[in-house]
Design a protein around this ligand. Structure first.
Ligand code: PLP
Length: 496
């Protein structure tokens, strides 16, 4: 089993590139001038910000004056959608988007709906692709904005943005694309894509978190959604996040410089992982468009299993991936993206996203494959045996959970690991739980007592069907986590 850390969650965030960190550090130290000050100390910061703006613009073939710095992709999406609807509401009240957008877009649209706008959420096909003809058909006389993501963050499918952009231009409707996942990963030319607005985020491309940008095509009328001193051409008031912007600029420079090399590298690793998975693990399904897909994202559904158990099991082996379905604050519902792609809920809950980065190696992929094969085999054996009547133990920390797991493993007791649902991370609930058949309860209790492993809670879960049944199981599991959060011990979870 792997010992070192293998990070395969680059679509969630990336490490800061050492050269980016080096470029930022002076702006935490001696270079603290306010870029809006008139003195030379402030003007130095201003010059650095404008140099960063040039680099961000270069990444997407835009003019520097078309870049507005924001606090990240979420704010860029909000500014684009709310800013355009605010400026153009006199011309109409209809917005077009897709069912697979990031929540930064979907929830902004939902908010606008609550204020009286109409929103069309267009369907995608099984591979996550939107048909440009569907966009054309949805355009009404009062459509003021189309917002469709460049590439999807869960499955990597790249949308036909240039074709949609041509339609939008022809019809005179403004067009925004969320390029948070694609920028720096594949070439982007805003002119060739015919987009009017485009969102970027620094932390997906080896820059710092909390900084991003919105490209606003020169001449597009957009209103601010935040008010103050009129920074960023009046569109984003607030003293600039100088060090963050410098880091963002540097990372865009590196991403553009190394784009071809990095694309080939991550695609090679992704393809290698995909081939090995298909060869060595039966009962899996790849999601997303086979060709028109970001080079670094691989979305895989493991039949009969639960993504959270796979991710938790990989986690304790030092491998970090993401449960495709658990990306929202409440993981009870399956991912809206996979659901829109018509993936049945039991497969949506069984979907793991691996997203690769420039620093990953072939060796890491081989190690991941080795661990994954063992994890999937163990979990499938666990669920194939009697998993109807389970005991769940939570631990004070991950080390205790791993120790207990190793003891149970040595005694030949089947188990599965689960991690706390994301909506409970803020509560003081232990992160890892071990599930095992209740017939071993006395034996396990003795092992734990004898080895002094600290247990936070012990629950009985009855009536879990095997194989797992998506939503039903999720609800039971959530009921269990709720009882953990409210501090019940040694009780029955009431999940039967
Ligand atoms: N849009 C997409 C497609 C994303 O994947 C993300 C982040 O995961 C965002 C927007 C939000 O970006 P940020 O984290 O910079 O707010």
């Amino acid at each position: 089993m792997a010992k070192q850390k293998i990070y395969l969650d680059h679509a969630a965030t990336t490490p800061v590139h050492p050269d980016v960190l080096a470029a930022m550090l002076p702006y935490f130290g001696n270079h603290y001038g306010n870029p809006n000050s008139l003195h030379s100390f402030g003007r130095d910061s201003r010059r650095a910000i404008e140099a960063a703006r040039d680099k961000v613009a270069a990444l997407i073939c835009a003019d520097s004056a078309e870049i507005i710095f924001t606090s990240g992709g979420t704010e860029a999406d909000n500014l684009a959608i709310q800013g355009i609807t605010r400026a153009h509401q006199a011309s109409g009240g209809h917005i077009i988007t897709s069912a697979i957008e990031h929540h930064a877009v979907l929830n902004t649209c939902a908010y606008l709906e609550s204020t009286g706008f109409r929103v069309s959420y267009l369907a995608v096909d099984e591979r996550g692709t939107l048909d440009p003809a569907a966009v054309e058909k949805a355009i009404c006389n009062d459509t003021i904005l189309i917002t469709i993501m460049h590439a999807n963050n869960e499955v990597g499918t790249i949308e036909p943005i240039a074709a949609i952009g041509r339609i939008a231009r022809q019809k005179g409707v403004l067009f925004h694309t969320d390029a948070v996942q694609s920028a720096g990963k594949i070439p982007i030319d805003v002119r060739k894509l015919h987009v009017d607005l485009l969102s970027l985020s620094s932390h997906k491309i080896y820059g710092p978190k909390g900084v991003g940008a919105l490209y606003v095509r020169s001449g597009v009328d957009i209103a601010p959604i935040q008010f103050g001193g009129g920074h960023e051409r009046g569109l984003r008031s607030g003293t600039e996040h100088v060090s963050g912007i410098i880091g963002f600029g540097k990372t865009c420079e590196i991403a553009l410089r190394d784009l071809g090399k990095n694309m080939l590298h991550v695609k090679d690793l992704r393809d290698c992982l995909e081939h090995m998975l298909l060869e060595r693990i039966p009962g899996i399904r790849m999601n997303g468009y086979p060709d028109e897909r970001l080079p670094h994202i691989l979305s895989v559904s493991f039949e009969g299993l639960e993504a959270e158990s796979i991710v938790a099991s990989l986690d304790v082996e030092g491998i970090y991936a993401s449960a495709g379905a658990a990306c929202t604050t409440s993981a009870i519902e399956p991912s809206h993206v996979l659901t829109a792609m018509r993936l049945p809920s039991h497969l949506a809950f069984a979907t793991v996203r691996f997203s690769l980065g420039w620093e990953n190696t072939k060796e890491e992929i081989s190690q991941t494959m080795e661990v994954l094969e063992k994890v999937v085999t163990n979990l499938r054996r666990f669920y194939a045996a009697d998993a109807q009547d389970l005991v769940v133990v939570t631990f004070a920390d991950e080390r205790s959970a791993v120790l207990a797991r190793d003891k149970m493993h040595a005694m030949g007791i089947r188990y599965t690991l689960a991690a706390t649902p994301s909506h409970m991370r803020e509560k003081d609930v232990s992160h890892v739980a071990l599930f095992f058949p209740s017939k071993h309860q006395d034996k396990v209790k003795k092992i734990l007592e004898k080895s002094g492993i600290e247990v936070v809670s012990l629950h009985h879960l009855q009536g879990i069907s095997s194989p797992m049944r998506g939503m039903e199981l999720k609800r039971m599991e959530h009921a269990f986590w709720d009882t953990v959060a409210t501090g019940k011990k040694d009780g029955d979870s009431g999940a039967d």
